[in-house]
Design a binder for this molecule. Structure first.
Ligand code: AMP
Ligand code: GLY
Length: 423
């Protein structure tokens, strides 16, 4: 199988690393990839928002399967583009069409979907600029803190959690007047859920599903989960509180009705479903859906999958996921993200990264890196994600924080508490 992975982050590097181990693989490509994916694939330098250039590389390189990393091409209809093109429609495409991608592309759609299918989630209502007064009444009926969500994609910045009612009303008006652009034409206001978060990942062919290892993400920039929100600073898998009983509840109350709902509303949903959950006293509540894998969760999830991911993806393409069995290692994977000093606000790029050679490309995943005259340099906020696998979190942390010292670049920053809350 000749496979193309679309995207350029640590998530895509981790998927590429896993697929590259498959005996079913003939050749792997990443578009555009990064200096890390070069170790396991050929990088194709194209703009992934330009569907015609994706078509060209797929045809030129006889690609048989496309795996989409980020959400934007999916929300913008890349799968529909493939299906409606006579030269592309036979290509196995891992990712939903624009119908299914609304689960991530519209929070209002996702909430209504959960309501239609009886999936537990926070109580909510949606409002637009014509219903601001109703929104005020709804806010007054809730208790602080107040959760406001821009309906559309807002680069991970569209969720606000606000302690004070007056401020919530004022933020609501700012979102509706364009603070997040068109993404904020509609706002979901919902009840605040108290609990611990985790991410659950499902691979579905629209009928059958496999549950991938779950993970916990560390979202804030500072230790103790303080400070600004980021794309994710680290991850741990498995999540100790996601025991058998809890995961059975997740499967029965969330995964089954989600797959059933998709089957009825958006047939042929083929791809990943990322379910952001809150564990509220043992009961799972859905916070959000994404129609792709998480980053950096993927960097912890992939090293835990023992079975052949490519075999699962081929079966998914044929609608035969029921014939596949996922095997998972018992070990604990810990992922730590090294970021550029200043991130998630302003930061510098272009600093040389040293020490990479000590890892021989194993589970040191590149996120925001670039090649500059033969040297690997920083090229983003999140620069690299290092994953270790060990028998438990204590041993994993010890090894992780020893190994991280081998990598260096100017203004390197990382959290020191990954996994600490789970011991
Ligand atoms: P999102 O951008 O949808 O991932 O949301 C960002 C973060 O906001 C989530 O990871 C949660 O930590 C938090 N969050 C979202 N909705 C709620 C809610 N209803 N109750 C409590 N926290 C929430
Ligand atoms: N780590 C969260 C996400 O990928 O959305």
């Amino acid at each position: 199988m000749r496979v193309l992975i679309i995207g350029s982050g640590g998530r895509e590097h981790a998927i590429a690393w896993k697929i590259s181990k498959s005996p079913l693989l003939t050749k792997l490509f990443c578009a555009p990839g990064n200096p890390g994916t070069l170790a396991v694939s050929e990088n194709l330098m194209i703009d992934i928002e330009d569907f015609e250039s994706i078509k060209k590389v797929v045809i030129d390189n006889s690609i048989q399967m496309v795996v989409v990393g980020p959400e934007d091409p999916l929300v913008n209809g890349l799968r529909d583009f493939f299906e409606s093109d006579s030269q592309l429609k036979e290509v196995i495409f891992i990712g939903p069409g624009s119908c299914g991608a609304r689960l991530e592309g519209s929070k209002d759609f996702a909430k209504a979907f959960m309501q239609r299918w009886g999936i537990p989630t926070a109580k909510y209502k949606s409002f637009d600029s014509s219903s601001v007064n109703d929104a005020d009444r709804f806010l007054e009926s809730l208790r602080a803190p107040y959760v406001l969500k821009a309906d559309g994609l807002a680069a991970g910045k569209g969720v606000l959690i606000i302690d004070n009612l007056r401020e919530a009303k004022s933020e609501l008006r700012e979102i509706l007047s364009g603070k997040f652009g068109k993404a904020g034409d509609k706002v979901v206001i919902e009840e605040f859920l108290q609990g611990i978060e985790l991410s659950v990942f499902v691979l579905t062919d629209g009928e059958n599903y496999l549950i991938l290892p779950e993970a916990k993400d560390y979202k804030r920039i500072c230790d103790g989960d303080k400070g600004l929100n980021t794309g994710g600073m680290g991850a741990v898998s498995p999540v100790p509180f996601a025991d058998k009983l809890f995961m059975t509840r997740v499967e029965e109350r969330v995964i089954k009705p989600t797959v059933e709902g998709l089957k009825r509303e958006c047939p042929d949903y083929k791809g990943f479903v990322f379910i952001g959950l809150m564990n509220c006293g043992g009961s799972p509540y859905v916070i959000e859906y994404n129609v792709r894998m998480g980053d950096p969760e993927t960097e912890a999830v992939m090293p835990r999958i023992k079975s052949d991911l490519l075999s699962h993806l081929i079966a998914l393409g044929k609608g035969e996921l029921d014939k596949e069995k996922i095997e998972i290692y018992n070990h604990t994977a810990l992922t730590l993200v090294m970021v550029s000093g200043g991130y998630p606000q302003e930061y510098q790029k272009g600093y040389e990264i040293t020490g990479i050679e000590s890892f021989k490309g194993e589970t040191l995943f590149h996120s925001g890196t670039a090649d500059k005259e033969g040297k690997v340099v920083t090229n983003g906020g999140r620069v690299m994600a290092l994953t270790v696998t060990e028998s438990d979190i204590i041993r994993g942390r010890e090894r992780l924080y020893n190994l991280i010292e081998l990598i260096d670049f100017k203004d390197k920053y990382f959290r020191r508490d990954i996994g600490l809350d789970l011991i």
